[in-house]
Design a protein around this ligand. Structure first.
Ligand code: G6P
Length: 608
């Protein structure tokens, strides 16, 4: 979602800001802009569309200034337009701000500022920030920002500059990430460390209600009580080398192909074979609480939510826990029974998703143990949890999540195994799970070698406008995730349904123009799935099956089949989703869609 970059140092700011914006593109946005200060004047350029459109607009303007701020905007208040793009300025056009998050009391503030004759140029909530700073400014930008944020309700990561405050970028954080990058005689602000590479690997994270002033000769950090703070510099991994498609046409395809490795990274060093159990260092501090745990509530969004749905089946199979799964945006409105014997488990690739953050804050207030499975080390969700497990899957740049989903499934299995072994599953059962986990990377590789076959089938199905995805038990969340992949990147309507529910509605849609993707495993639901497929065939529906090898009857009744290797039912979803990721990918590619940055979507959704 929205991205921020700020710079002050000895280089010209514009190229650094543009480069930083390009590195934030993967998060999803619909307009972009930058402001550079020079000789007591601000130059502001904004454009609807991509960063390259902004670059084109700015090409003729040399902008020699050495400090500035820039932003990619994902529209919330007001459509994507040049006026609504950030940076926003005050009436005198001396102050420029960029903002991520939502100012919840912006209407009240706007009314107050309008009464004081401020003139607004955009429909955004963010613009009030620039005008409030103007109200409070009397030669000291830092103090004006401090007074401003004390009036703001909601969430924000803000960066501000003033044309008269030479080489000063003031940043402040509440709820939306913003970090400091420390270079050699240059300092950066960014909503995401990706924007700063390759300039520096030295970063300083801010907590909520902290602010910093960056200037050419250094920086200082304060809390909102105006007290100085000392903070450690962290060295972040050089993700720049990883932000490379390595010869693949898209990040999504590269990430699909990274799954043998990311799955291995999810369990490497985390299996104790001799005891039939897993070892999760991140959960050690709460081991005693896990032993007496009665209930677990999984909260997450998007693909992470579908991983959560599978988590329910996995925990139910391996432990005695009562498991609930909630879409994070619904969680805080529900009256769920949560106490100290309940764990709330957040699943999140980015560790930034606003709804998931809000859900675990609420659960924390109610006394639950807060656990997380997060990919981005040190992210907001990772910081809030009491204990957790990192995916160690490397960065995921494709907006449609692939390798993190399968990694989440493996880690959920490890967690369930750990708790299950406290609660009664046998050594033999534990060992069986471990052996099956170890085989997964090889089995995924095998599916990937079938890519050409999957591509051929995908192209054959690319003509359809609607799809139904069906499955039972473990394959039901897989059906939903398969449908989500297709709609996210190809803009084709697709619905994921429990196969048993078909006769209660969706079957009325079936005809020769409405194909079904059926996910079938040789588990206790096999015969019932065959009947459901027969019902579709009887209504002239075309059926593509993703099925476990060896189920020959599937081949007889379905129009097309993609075979996958067989594993334990709880792990079968790890394998079954791979062909569905490729299926969606090749259809989207055939349609010429922007696969890594689908329209209207964002990689990190930082608004509720
Ligand atoms: C966005 C992304 C999805 C992702 C979801 C949850 O919608 O486009 O790919 O699954 O957010 O993100 P998280 O980072 O919390 O897993």
């Amino acid at each position: 979602m929205c991205g921020i970059i700020g710079y002050c140092g000895n280089k010209a700011a514009k190229p650094v800001l543009l480069d930083g914006l390009k590195r934030l593109e993967y998060r999803g946005y619909d307009s972009a802009g930058l402001a550079v200060a020079d000789s007591n004047k601000l130059a502001v350029i904004r454009a609807v569309g991509k960063v390259c459109d902004l670059e084109k607009k700015g090409i003729a303007r040399p902008l020699p200034g050495h400090y500035g701020i820039a932003h990619t905007r994902w529209a919330t208040h007001g459509r994507p337009s040049e006026e609504n793009a950030h940076p926003h300025c005050d009436c005198q056009e001396k102050i420029a701000i960029v903002h991520n998050g939502i100012i919840e009391n912006y209407l009240d503030l706007k009314e107050e500022l309008l009464a004081k004759k401020h003139v607004f140029k955009s429909e955004t909530d963010s613009e009030v920030v620039a005008h409030l700073i103007e109200e409070y400014y009397s030669g000291d930008l830092e103090m004006a920002v401090l007074k401003t944020v004390q009036r703001l309700e909601g969430t924000f990561g803000i960066a501000a500059i003033h044309a008269d405050n030479d080489s000063q970028v003031v940043i402040v954080k509440r709820g939306s990430p913003i970090i400091i990058g420390v270079g050699e005689n240059e300092y950066f602000a960014a909503s995401d460390a990706n924007a700063l590479l390759p300039y520096t690997q030295k970063i300083i994270s801010l907590n909520d209600d902290e602010m910093a002033v960056l200037h050419a000769a250094g920086y200082h950090i304060k809390n909102l009580n105006n007290e100085f703070l000392q903070k450690e510099i962290e060295i972040c991994e050089n993700r720049d080398a990883l932000a490379d498609k390595k010869g693949f046409e898209h990040f999504m395809l590269k990430e699909i192909f990274e799954q043998p490795e990311s799955i291995e990274n999810a369990f490497r060093g985390r299996l104790i074979e001799s005891e039939g159990v897993s070892k999760l260092g991140g959960l050690e501090p709460v081991k005693e609480r896990l032993k007496s745990l009665k209930k677990i509530v999984i909260v997450s969004c998007g693909t992470s939510y579908y991983a959560g749905l599978l988590g329910r089946y996995i925990f139910e199979s391996l432990s005695e826990l009562h498991v609930e799964v909630e879409v994070a945006s619904e969680f805080r409105y529900r009256k769920l029974k949560i106490d100290k014997n309940t764990a709330v488990l957040a699943l999140s690739q980015s560790g930034e998703t606003a709804d998931t953050l809000a859900a675990i804050r609420e659960a924390k207030r109610k006394g639950a143990l807060i656990l997380g499975i997060v990919n981005v080390v040190g992210s907001a969700i990772a910081q809030i949890t009491d204990a957790g497990v990192y995916n160690h899957a490397g960065p995921e740049f494709g907006v449609a999540s692939t390798k993190i989903y399968t990694s989440q499934l493996v880690i959920l299995t490890l967690m369930a195994l750990l708790i299950g072994r406290y609660q009664g599953i046998s050594y033999a059962e534990g060992s069986e799970v471990i052996q099956a986990i170890k085989k997964l990377p090889r089995q995924v590789k095998k599916i990937l070698t079938d890519m050409e076959h999957i591509k051929k089938i995908a192209l054959d199905y690319a003509q359809y406008k609607d799809f139904l995805f069906i499955g039972r038990l473990f394959n039901y969340p897989t059906a939903m995730e398969g449908a989500l992949k297709l709609k996210e990147i190809s803009y084709i309507h697709a619905e994921g349904y429990p196969a048993g529910e078909m006769k209660h509605g969706p079957i009325s849609l079936i005809d020769e123009q409405f194909p079904t993707v059926a996910i079938v495993s040789r588990d206790c639901t096999f015969e019932k799935m065959l009947s459901n497929i027969q019902e579709i065939k009887a209504r002239s529906g075309r059926v593509l099956a993703v099925a476990s090898q060896g189920s020959s009857r599937i081949g007889d009744i379905c129009d097309d089949v993609i075979w996958v290797p067989e594993t334990l039912p709880i792990l079968q979803p790890v394998l079954n989703i791979i062909p569905l990721q490729l299926f969606a990918y090749f259809i989207a590619r055939h349609k010429g869609c922007d696969i890594d940055k689908p329209r209207n979507l964002a990689k990190s959704v930082t608004v509720e």
